[in-house]
Design a binder for this molecule. Sequence first.
Ligand code: NDP
Length: 444
Amino acid sequence: MLTKDLMEQVIAKNPGEKEFHQAVSEVLESLEPVLKKRPEYLEAKVLERIDEPERQVMFRVPWTDDKGVIHVNRGYRIEFNSAIGPYKGGLRLHPSVNLGILKFLGFEQIFKNSLTGLPMGGGKGGADFDPKGKSNAEVMRFCQSFMSELYRHIGPNTDVPAGDIGVGGREIGYFFGQYKKLTNRFESVLTGKGINWGGSLIRPQATGFGCTYFCEEMLKTKKLDFKGKTVAISGSGNVAQYAVQKVTQLGGKVVTLSDSDGTIYDPKGIDAKKWEFIMDLKNVKRGRIVDYSEKFKCDFWKGQRPWKVKCDIALPCATQNELDKNDAKMLIDNGVIAVAEGANMPSTPEAVELFIKNGVLFGPGKAANAGGVATSGLEMCQNHIGLSWSAEEVDHQLHQIMVNIHKNAADAAKKYGSPGNYVVGANIAGFVKVADAMLDQGVV
Ligand code: NDP
């Protein structure tokens, strides 16, 4: 293998960062056929450069809770690659956040953003802060403290963060308010903004809708669609919520959702009325998914994931490595046809291998969940031209982008000898554009 030594170097240089190793290893493996055809990438050390973030910032985030007690979290921003545009990627607030997780996310973001066809480089950031159980005032003070350092590293033409786990409209609002206060500039420095102050219609829906559109394209290759299909979804946050809505609109029946406490199983399906309940529960009351099972009298599987359920389609939409080899085996034994990743790297490498070996249509996160960042790109575009597009217009563009991503990934997979393998196709299609830009721009 051309990249074996390089992978060893990545592990030695980034000790203990297992999610980062996992993400790099998957991409490097897929690139072997390209490297054989394009040796100039090896000569110009493009792989060594692309694996190393251009800049990483780590900083102290002190804040005071409602009782006056002082807490200290650690903030990060990984500015990974700016070959095709300003750094772009979400901010994650979750106690599990560490450097390795954000580097894996930033690395994936490079290729995902390239796949969208829009001019965006790759970045990611966040903090090991847990917004769960905190008051609005505490979340606001944390966000203000975080931005008091981050503001000097970002800008509309430098780095444009967005939301991710634990960061929705409320947090983006607090970040933006503090950025504006510190810089005295109202500019397009964050996406996922409120609709009255520069946000785009359909941005909240974009990742869940986009993942469903991507899955629909995969199904079409087998002359199938969502109608009458049973669908298992994990998570119950932003991505999961809008995946449920779009799948239901397309005629599928969603029977599971989850959070870190466990999974609800509703064999009758989550209809529009039940969906409204979830939106209120998760976005207004900030409650737990177990409340759904109490309200609608269905099963709650405490501490378990959804994957033992019999379903035609699975959309993992919670977090990384939430679907392992045993889960994949259960899904395959139960006849799953398609798996599209709403979350980033939710399937372990062993699970992915099993899906591909067994002919399951498998859409990797960097392709299937690219609709979120694509619509962030559309939000930046609207901000730059000072206009606001209708929901129909944005949804139409999002749909078209997902169709194109599917086509480009499928074409690249075929061209490089792995037809139907969207992992190989997405990695190659995403990589080539960034690598060529790096060659054009010299050794920087
Ligand atoms: P949210 O914070 O809105 O929701 C996350 C959901 O996943 C919650 O239900 C949460 O449960 C669950 N979850 C988080 N961490 C864990 C864990 N360690 N174990 C079990 N469940 C967990 O985040 P999003 O919906 O925005 O993000 C979900 C995934 O989608 C992430 O992988 C993210 O990187 C990816 N993504 C998001 C995009 C976006 O536009 N938002 C764009 C592209 C990808 P609980 O409340 O109990 O923590």
